[in-house]
Design a protein around this ligand. Structure first.
Ligand code: DQA
Length: 145
């Protein structure tokens, strides 16, 4: 089983960007943590990041992975092209967010990806990604039974 860890706009700045909110972990470290976590579950991981909505959409349409953990960054709140892409994707997508998007500014409480993704893990830093991997693994396993 192979999953895609897909990070959106500005997540390449992790480590430097608002460390009080997102912590000091870099994207490289985050990706390596996910790789190690998934390996324990016998899952392979591919990691990608883009600051562009169109590129994220192209990555999703072209993926050969069995599922996706997606942190769409701010596109979570207004990325309707991304939403439409996920809606017609055959691959399951679980959201991961480092911060608690339900307890920040009002615009972050809007989640346009909510109804097209399987679940949404937020507010737990790297653990949000681990939780999303767990949910994805369970979902894929159940579907292939
Ligand atoms: C984020 C939350 C978003 O609101 C923000 O725009 C991000 C990161 C998170 O991981 O907590 O870029 O998705």
């Amino acid at each position: 089983m192979k999953i895609l860890i897909l990070n959106g706009p500005n997540l390449n700045r992790l480590g430097k960007r608002n460390p009080d909110i997102y912590g000091t972990i870099t994207l490289k470290q985050l990706e390596s943590c996910c790789e190690q976590y998934a390996a324990q579950l016998n899952m392979q991981v591919e990691c990608r990041q883009s600051n562009s909505e169109g590129t994220l959409i192209d990555i999703l349409y072209n993926t050969d992975c069995d599922g996706v953990v997606l942190n769409a960054g701010a596109l979570t709140h207004y990325g309707l092209s991304l939403r439409d892409c996920i809606e017609c994707l055959d691959v399951p997508v679980v959201q991961a967010h480092l911060s608690d998007i339900t307890a920040r500014e009002d615009f972050r409480k809007v989640n346009v990806l909510q109804d097209v993704t399987i679940d949404n893990c937020y507010g737990q830093g790297v653990n949000s990604y681990y939780k999303a991997i767990d949910i994805l693994a369970k979902h894929i396993e159940e579907k292939t039974k």
